[in-house]
Design a protein around this ligand. Structure first.
Ligand code: PMP
Length: 360
């Protein structure tokens, strides 16, 4: 088998131990004679998977009892409009901190539902930093503040969580489960599973339960957080197979030492690559300002587009995959999710050093 080093930005790698366990259980999950995804979502065997995943997530992220954990569908993109649909009533507005393209998309989806405004933006700096804002400047009619904790495309990451009086909603698609969440400053955190939490198909949403009753009264039930919370995310058929993979990923994180361990590993792995960039005398130039750097997505350029092409081609021949920057920005990007082994990052670091030596 060809050795592949998977640095895809999402869907990304899933730990080998998880894939092996899923394979081992595929034809006979817990003596049912069936795969998990063949079980009724109302069966006791499936319910054990479902609630095990919810409880393990609670444990790992230290989620307080007054938050509800939801397993939804539609990706983070549906959350962009679902949160607006639930909380943007007639005279209220959603405040958006624009720190990258996904934040822009969140705002655009919100604008299709109600009034939105920009609280802060770093678009004039090609999103090289995470913009800061003063919560005191928020409009009086603000329903919520929307943040993106990690900007997958530009490679920046939020470090100072603002303290706001208004509810704070955070898109954590590309750094959930790699850091603790300060629940005193966050009221809704959501993420598609396909980067750090499993496979595409399930979207995790963790919401302060007291908000559920404040949602708009005229919601289609399938778009109501309260409806899903009241039914323990079994209002309609949940993505059972994807939730199963998430439950295995959560077990894996626990076995590895939990969120602190994930965070330490991610920072150490990212430092290996940032170190190459910083010592390269400008051969590799990082996109993000140093104090806004992400430890999940590392973005950089080479001296010319021609060299970038060569770098990516050679990398691909060596088995590295997913190193091209997002199509909207070009350049290169190393996605360093939880399931990327340190050894793979070391091999990439060595390749980057070698490539620089041969081309400068
Ligand atoms: N937000 C962020 C920060 C993302 O990185 C992505 C996907 N790359 C999305 C939202 C969109 O997620 P989905 O494809 O699950 O809708």
């Amino acid at each position: 088998m060809t050795q592949t080093y998977n640095f895809n930005p999402g869907p990304g790698p899933i730990p080998n131990e998880v894939l092996a366990k899923a394979q081992q259980n595929m034809f006979n999950f817990e003596q049912t004679g069936m795969a998990v995804m063949e079980l009724s979502h109302r069966s006791a065997a499936y319910e054990r998977v479902h609630f095990h995943a919810m409880n393990t997530l609670r444990e790992l992220l230290d989620i307080p009892d007054d938050f509800s954990v939801l397993f939804l569908q539609g990706g983070a993109s549906l959350q962009f409009s679902m949160l607006a649909k639930n909380f943007l009533s007639d005279n209220k507005a959603g405040a958006y901190v624009l720190s990258g393209s996904w934040a822009e998309k969140a705002q655009k989806e919100g604008a299709a539902i109600g009034e939105v405004y920009t609280a802060a933006a770093s678009s004039n700096r090609t999103y090289a930093d995470v913009p800061v804002f003063d919560p005191a400047d928020l409009q009086e009619n603000t329903a919520y503040v929307h943040l993106t904790s990690n900007n997958t495309i530009y490679g920046t990451q939020l470090s100072d969580w603002p303290a706001c009086e208004q509810p704070v909603f955070v898109d954590m698609s590309s750094d959930i489960l790699s850091r603790p969440i300060p629940w005193d400053r966050v009221d809704l955190a959501y993420a598609g599973a396909q980067k750090n939490a499993g496979m595409a198909g399930v979207t995790i949403a963790i919401i302060r339960t007291s908000l559920l009753d404040q949602a708009s009264g005229s919601l289609p039930p399938s778009l109501s957080y309260k409806q899903h919370a009241d039914k323990d995310s079994l209002y309609n058929t949940p993505p059972t197979g994807a939730i199963y993979i998430t439950s295995l990923v959560l077990d894996w994180i626990k076995e590895q030492g939990g969120i602190t361990e994930m965070e330490n590993r991610a920072k150490e792995k990212a430092a290996l690559i940032y170190d190459v960039i910083d010592r390269s005398n400008g051969f590799y130039s990082g996109h993000a300002d140093k104090d806004s750097r992400s430890w999940m997505n590392i973005t950089f350029r080479l001296p010319s587009e021609e060299l970038e092409k060569k770098f990516l081609n050679q990398a691909s021949e060596r088995g590295f995959t997913g190193l091209n920057g997002h199509r909207s920005v070009g350049g290169c990007r190393v996605s360093n999710y939880n399931a990327v082994p340190r050894e793979h990052v070391e091999i990439l670091r060595d390749f980057m050093l070698e490539f620089q030596q041969n081309h400068s």
